[in-house]
Design a protein around this ligand. Structure first.
Ligand code: GLA
Length: 390
């Protein structure tokens, strides 16, 4: 059975509702091609929305006008809350609660709904499943209640929910790309001004291979720790140059002159962020010029810097990285998302994929005794309503 059929069935069986006037929403996950841990430092990123999605089926709650009820097909779990009492619970319900709280704060006119959630986007693997959940629920509410909400507000409200309600010190990259993603393109985003540019992907010749290491990590701990280190560095450097308000403001020459003012660990954190911003700019130009060789090299440098300078690597991701790097047809690869396991992405030549997957799988198995999950992803559009059955 396909996904929306399953969602409809649950709507009937669990909530005794029919699907008339239901709304179907699809929200993509994302891979970040390059620009990691730069977004919360007001820097640059180059992500791309993918065709692994979180799917939503929703209807107004006609019986209890203030109640929201969500069932997650994959977690086999329901969360319920009233718009009049939105309290944090430290579970996945905090994402819908957070977005509702800030929608209410901005005076959007909301009522209760029943929502069923499914899809095939892996959860907690560094592919932006939490942003996909937030953005999908916001879009569902927008469609059901006809809210006059600009797309940029979807991204901003979801970002606020994740930071202030859920408590993860992320940047806006994931929420932005889940909203504005475009099939065939990656997005170059300036996380300070939120100006962005779509950069065409050569999708006929190359594919994005995602390798899941099976290591699930707590992204919030690493993000919160690294963000506070970056802010601490900015506080120190500001004393010597008051024009520095974020690591984005530091040029390489300036960093080289000032780095001795910082403790060694903060020097390494800053080095990653500053050089990663330069790498994104270089990678953007390389992609525009279809210089995939340079693009691939920059991806690999990014991975090494994340491992060595930012310390967000782990043994399993290095195994995948090292193995991919030796295989012909791999243009470049790196960890994507917050790190500490999760996903490694590789840009691979389309006609060599069939040889690449078995090699990386068997090397990983030899060294860890488990198999990674390999997925070939295509770019896709951002959040959207759909009439599809799956
Ligand atoms: C997570 C966050 C993003 C970003 C990345 C690291 O995915 O949600 O905002 O900070 O980690 O680049």
């Amino acid at each position: 059975m396909n996904d929306y059929e399953d969602l409809t069935k649950i709507l009937k069986q669990k909530f005794y509702c029919d699907e008339n006037d239901s709304i179907k929403i699809k929200t993509p996950g994302r891979v970040n091609l390059i620009g990691e841990h730069t977004d919360y430092n007001e820097g640059f990123v180059l992500p791309c929305s993918i065709d692994l999605t979180t799917n939503f089926l929703g209807i107004p709650n006609k019986i209890e006008s203030k109640m929201l009820r969500f069932f997650s097909l994959r977690l086999q779990n329901t969360i319920n809350f009233s718009l009049d009492h939105i309290l944090k619970d430290n579970n996945w319900g905090d994402y819908p609660k957070g977005v509702c709280l800030y929608l209410k704060e901005e005076k959007y006119n909301l009522n209760g709904i029943i929502g069923i959630i499914g899809g095939n986007l892996p959860i907690r693997c560094g592919l932006a499943s939490s942003a996909a959940l937030e953005i999908g629920i916001l879009y569902l509410l927008k469609k059901i209640f006809n809210l006059k909400m600009e797309f940029i507000n979807l991204a901003k409200i979801a970002f606020k929910a994740e930071r202030q309600f859920v408590g993860v010190e992320c940047g806006i990259m994931d929420q932005f790309v889940c909203t504005f993603g475009k099939k065939g393109y990656s997005i170059f985003l300036d996380c300070k001004s939120l100006t962005h540019e779509y950069i065409k992907l050569p999708e006929e010749d190359v594919k994005i291979l995602i390798v899941l290491t099976n290591i699930q990590r707590d992204a919030s701990t690493v993000l919160n720790k690294r963000k506070s280190e970056c802010l601490e560095a900015v506080e120190i450097l500001k004393k010597y140059d008051s024009s520095i308000n974020s690591l984005r403001d530091l040029k390489i020459e300036c960093y080289n002159k000032m780095k001795s003012k910082l403790p060694e660990i903060l020097q390494r954190r800053c080095k990653h962020v500053i050089f990663e911003n330069y790498r994104v700019l270089e990678a953007k130009d390389a992609l525009k010029q279809q210089n995939l060789e340079l693009f691939g090299k920059l991806m690999c440098k990014s991975h090494e810097s994340l491992s060595e300078m930012y310390n967000v690597g782990c043994n399993e991701s290095d195994i995948v990285f090292n193995s991919l790097n030796k295989i012909s047809g791999v243009i470049g690869c790196r960890m994507t998302g917050a790190g500490l396991g999760g996903a490694i992405i590789a840009l691979v030549e389309t006609n060599k994929i069939a040889n690449i997957i078995p090699v990386v799988s068997s090397e990983f198995h030899t060294l860890t005794n488990s198999y990674p999950i390999c997925i070939i992803a295509n770019s896709s559009d951002g959040v959207r309503e759909t009439n599809q059955q799956c």
